[in-house]
Design a binder for this molecule. Structure first.
Ligand code: HEM
Length: 489
């Protein structure tokens, strides 16, 4: 009897101790956040601060930020579940945070690392000991994204474009959702360039998509929430994704060790760069480290591009005169496109820029102060260590202070020098600027060239949420781009 009682008490203690520790942590975190915010002489939204979640109430972090920004319209402070935050849309602040000081990633990045893996370009810090690992990886992978390498990769974009356009023949005059078609296209390209061949198995695709979507899960805001999500909540999906990634690593290693393997014939994939990589001491990456890196190319490289394509289809269908101009340009250049021709499609690039301005896939970029810090927009305020500084790119890209007709789709603006050149930063800036920016621009232009050579897209009227922004995850995506595919006359 006594034994049973002891066992019950031991179990109760084992449950209660971590819960008490978590509560104590949250309480101290909440108090510190409030204290730091109190000392900042900045405007704040008129929303009462609740325990831990602070002033963030809406399901969508993006929509909450947008609403606050529209009412305050200057640098402000806010209580968030990732701590005290200062939000700004000032181009000079953007320059200081990313170029001049190069602040470190903070906020939920630790938990995102635990969820996605610790050894990849996106989540590694660039300072300290770990920063050396990031630097080695960045230098190495930069080779795979140089113009010379992209000229080789262009054949992959062309191959997938031809397949995509051939499939469109079966969809003419039918109702289509371009958002999902584009998502498949860019997913297959990433699968190809990481060395897994043309098309990933459906099971892998579905589970990878599922894991990406879970990045909005509030568990990521809790200490060790990343492990909780990776090994408990979404364990099965992780197992399926890992199985496929480890399989392609094994197969590529086996192919490379075969004596008939000829590197000149088979173009180099990102996986090859990772397999060849060595640090200064000659150490090679482990399979586990390579897996972390491959994982992140899906996170960073597929939805960013497909969302931009979705917005482009939407805006061109809503602006027929722009669509005609684009068609005229596309038809003046014969395919298949090489890399230089894709990048020289001037009006196409202007339309891409305009979509990236109006709908930057990463709507905000957050960094953490490591010591007292001053933003140029508020030189009178000293921001202490441990505050999140967020550049609200969406706000900066649409602020009438920096843009004429800020809310309008006007691709022509890109043929003139910009009113405020620093007010555009969809790929970020400084040492952590997007490694895949030229890749994405060529990939998008190649597909647009393929589609608009033969087809045009007509929006369906009265489709709920057609053209609305889905800002529930970290990335801005269109809810729907639904309409009809028409063959050009
Ligand atoms: C329209 C398309 C894209 C946009 C708007 C975009 C945007 C961004 C932004 C804003 C960052 C910086 C994030 C931060 O530091 O907080 C970033 C980083 C990154 N992007 Fe992209 N991206 C795009 C396409 C791609 C593609 C196609 C790839 C790969 C094939 C890619 C791979 C990466 C990687 C690996 C990083 C981390 C770089 C580092 O920290 O060293 N991106 N991207």
């Amino acid at each position: 009897m006594l034994d049973t009682k002891t066992a019950v008490s031991a179990t109760a203690l084992a449950v209660a101790a971590p819960v008490a520790a978590l509560l104590a942590y949250l309480l101290s975190f909440d108090l510190t956040t409030r204290q730091k915010l109190k000392g900042l002489n900045l405007p704040t939204p008129d929303i009462k601060s609740a325990f831990f979640i602070g002033q963030f109430r809406e399901e969508s972090f993006f929509y909450q930020m947008k609403t606050i920004f529209e009412s305050i319209r200057s640098t402000y402070k806010v209580h968030t579940p990732i701590g005290p935050m200062v939000v700004t849309d000032d181009p000079e602040d953007f320059k200081k945070v990313f170029l001049q000081t190069n602040l470190e990633k903070g906020g939920a990045n630790h938990e995102v690392r635990r969820y996605w893996g610790t050894n990849n370009l996106v989540t590694l810090p660039h300072g300290g000991e770990k920063g050396q690992i990031w630097k080695t990886q960045r230098t190495l992978l930069d080779q795979g994204f140089r113009i010379r390498a992209l000229k080789v990769l262009q054949s992959t974009f062309v191959r997938h474009t031809e397949k995509f356009v051939a499939n469109l023949e079966t969809l003419v005059d039918q109702e289509v959702d371009m958002t999902s078609l584009f998502a498949d296209f860019t997913f297959d390209i990433i699968t190809d360039v990481i060395g897994a061949g043309g098309e990933a198995p459906r099971e892998f695709k579905d589970n990878m998509n599922f894991l990406i979507r879970r990045l909005e899960n509030p568990a990521l805001l809790l200490p060790y929430g990343g492990y909780l999500m990776r090994y408990i909540m979404f364990r099965r999906a992780n197992i399926i994704v890992d199985k496929f990634l480890y399989k392609i690593i094994r197969e590529r290693k086996a192919a490379r060790s075969h004596e008939s393997f000829n590197e000149d014939k088979e173009h180099k994939t990102i996986l090859d760069f990772l397999l060849e990589a060595e640090d200064d001491n000659g150490r090679k990456l482990t399979d586990h480290e390579i897996r972390d890196q491959l994982y992140v190319f899906f996170l960073a490289g597929f939805e960013t591009s497909s969302n931009t394509l979705g917005w482009m289809a939407y805006e061109l269908a809503s602006h027929k005169e722009c669509e005609q101009k684009l068609i005229d340009e596309v038809k003046s250049v014969d395919g298949p496109l090489d890399y230089d021709s894709a990048r020289k499609l001037e009006y196409v690039q202007h339309c891409i820029n305009e979509c990236l301005r109006l709908y930057p896939p990463a709507s905000n970029l957050t960094r953490e102060t490591e010591q007292d810090f001053i933003l140029p927009s508020r030189p009178d305020v000293i921001i202490p260590k441990g505050v999140q500084v967020t550049i609200f790119l969406f706000g900066m890209h649409r602020d009438p202070k920096y843009w004429d007709q800020a809310e309008e789709f006007v691709p022509e603006r890109w043929s003139e020098p910009q009113q405020t050149p620093g007010a555009f930063g969809p790929f970020s800036s400084g040492s952590r600027v997007c490694i895949g920016r030229n890749f994405a621009l060529a990939e998008i232009a190649t597909l647009i060239h393929g589609i608009y050579n033969k087809y045009r897209f007509e929006l369906k009227e009265n489709v709920e949420k057609n053209g609305e922004i889905d800002g529930r995850t970290g990335l801005l995506r269109p809810y729907k781009v639904v309409g009809y595919l028409r063959k050009q006359n």
